[in-house]
Design a protein around this ligand. Structure first.
Ligand SMILES: Cc1cc2nc3c(=O)[nH]c(=O)nc-3n(C[C@H](O)[C@H](O)[C@H](O)COP(=O)(O)OP(=O)(O)OC[C@H]3O[C@@H](n4cnc5c(N)ncnc54)[C@H](O)[C@@H]3O)c2cc1C
Length: 381
């Protein structure tokens, strides 16, 4: 069987590696000339995602490039410590969630795939596919095409494959928040190692952690109308954090602000597959980043899809089993993450209520056992 994988983000290379383990050949097609990601953008790879990478033998380089971040401390914009929760649950061998630069994570999974002989073609933007029943042909913007037995969409939240698979499928929905990130090296901006500080500010949300290098890695979520984009974001962000009792405004002032990303998630789709085509990762179930799970879900999908293709009698049965195994879990994650995002975009009244209730809520979560369904989930090939 020959699989065509669309997208070389996180799901694309990990799916190709998982398929290789299942004895299936795969080729990856990426729209951009390279997968270089902007500096200043980073993400949390949760313990369950690291475990899924371990199944593929691809976790070690992620662990060494990342910062162990086992704890989260929540603050109000007035400087009140609201409480603390674990950032995921440690695996049996003690591995905890790690924070890693997005560019490093993309590079690591891509290089792992290349080192296993997987072919990646760049500058190949899928525009359409043609499922003849016997084969599927992907057509690219540069006029070329490629034929395979199955087509796996790992082309992200605004998936072109999804739009063609089911033109009536719901579109990605905007969360009301723009996300920003940056890095700054200044000993003034210190923090406890291994801790993500999360600040529910007066007008916007600010998170930061301090890397072993001494750099402060920060991100901000700003409630904003979609498309309301100023010529320069920095003064807008500094003004949003001006009245908060922490160094957020100063950190932003001193940093180069990475690209603004409007945060979307995806309502449940009627189906994830049709004929020889299946959706995975963000293309199937994009979650807002608040739960720090999107990348981990994409890697879990990769492992489960490969197992289903190895075990099932044909691709149709495999895709149905894959959707059946994954849908309940990922939809629960999307819903959980959406609740957190709504808290970040709270209005003035909701904000007062949130700051009062948060310590009680956090106490309930303190052991994190209530979230073991998310962090202790294990996938196998
Ligand atoms: C601001 C922000 C912060 C986040 N923080 C976290 C976090 O802390 N933890 C976490 O786990 N997740 C986080 N996420 C989510 C995470 O980035 C995604 O869930 C994850 O990248 C999904 O992987 P994917 O492979 O499905 O899609 P992507 O990683 O988005 O990859 C899709 C790839 O497909 C390519 N592509 C798109 N269209 C085409 C086409 N037509 N033809 C060919 N190629 C195409 C794209 O160029 C891209 O390389 C965050 C997301 C955002 C926006």
């Amino acid at each position: 069987m020959k699989a065509l994988i669309i997208g070389c983000g996180i799901g694309g290379p990990t799916t190709a590696m998982a398929l290789r383990e299942a004895g299936i050949d795969a080729k990856i097609f990426e729209a951009y000339p390279d997968t270089a990601e902007s500096v200043g953008s980073f993400l949390n790879v949760a313990s369950n995602g690291l475990d899924a990478l371990r199944v593929l033998g691809a976790h070690r380089r992620v662990l060494s490039a990342g910062i162990p971040t086992p704890r989260m401390v929540m603050w109000s914009g007035t400087g009140k410590r609201l409480g603390e929760v674990a950032n995921g649950l440690a695996l049996d061998d003690g591995t905890v969630s790690h924070t890693i630069l997005r560019a490093d994570l993309y590079r690591i999974v891509r290089d792992e795939a290349l080192s296993r002989g997987i072919k990646i073609s760049y500058g190949k933007r899928l525009v359409s596919f043609d499922d003849t029943g016997d084969h599927v042909t992907a057509r690219f913007e540069d006029g070329t095409e490629e034929t395979g037995d199955i087509l796996i969409a790992a082309d992200g939240v605004h998936s072109r494959t999804r739009a063609q698979l089911d033109p009536s499928a719901p579109k990605a929905r905007y969360s009301g928040l723009y996300s920003f990130g940056g890095l700054v090296h200044d000993p003034k901006f210190t923090g406890e190692p291994g801790v993500y500080n999360m600040v529910f500010g007066k007008r916007a949300f600010f998170g930061y952690t301090v890397a072993a290098s001494g750099e402060t890695w920060w991100f901000a979520n700003l409630p904003r109308e979609l498309g309301d984009v100023p010529a320069d974001w920095k003064p807008v962000l500094v003004a949003a954090f001006r009245d908060d009792a922490n160094f957020s405004a100063e950190v932003i002032e001193r940093s180069e602000v990475a690209l603004a990303v409007p945060i979307h998630d995806l309502p449940p789709l009627p189906t994830w597959h049709k004929g020889r085509v299946v959706l995975t990762g963000d293309a199937a179930h994009a979650t807002s980043p608040s739960a720090g799970q999107g990348a981990s879900m994409a890697v879990e999908d990769a492992v489960v899809l490969a197992r289903c293709l190895r075990e099932a009698r044909d691709h149709r049965a495999a895709f149905a089993r894959f959707e059946n195994e994954r849908r309940g879990r990922v939809e629960k994650v999307v819903a959980y993450s959406r609740t957190i995002s709504n808290n970040k975009a709270a209005g003035p009244v909701a904000r007062v209520f949130r700051d009062l209730m948060m310590p009680i809520f956090l106490k309930k979560l303190a052991s994190q056992e209530s979230l073991s369904w998310m962090y202790r989930h294990q996938v196998s090939l």
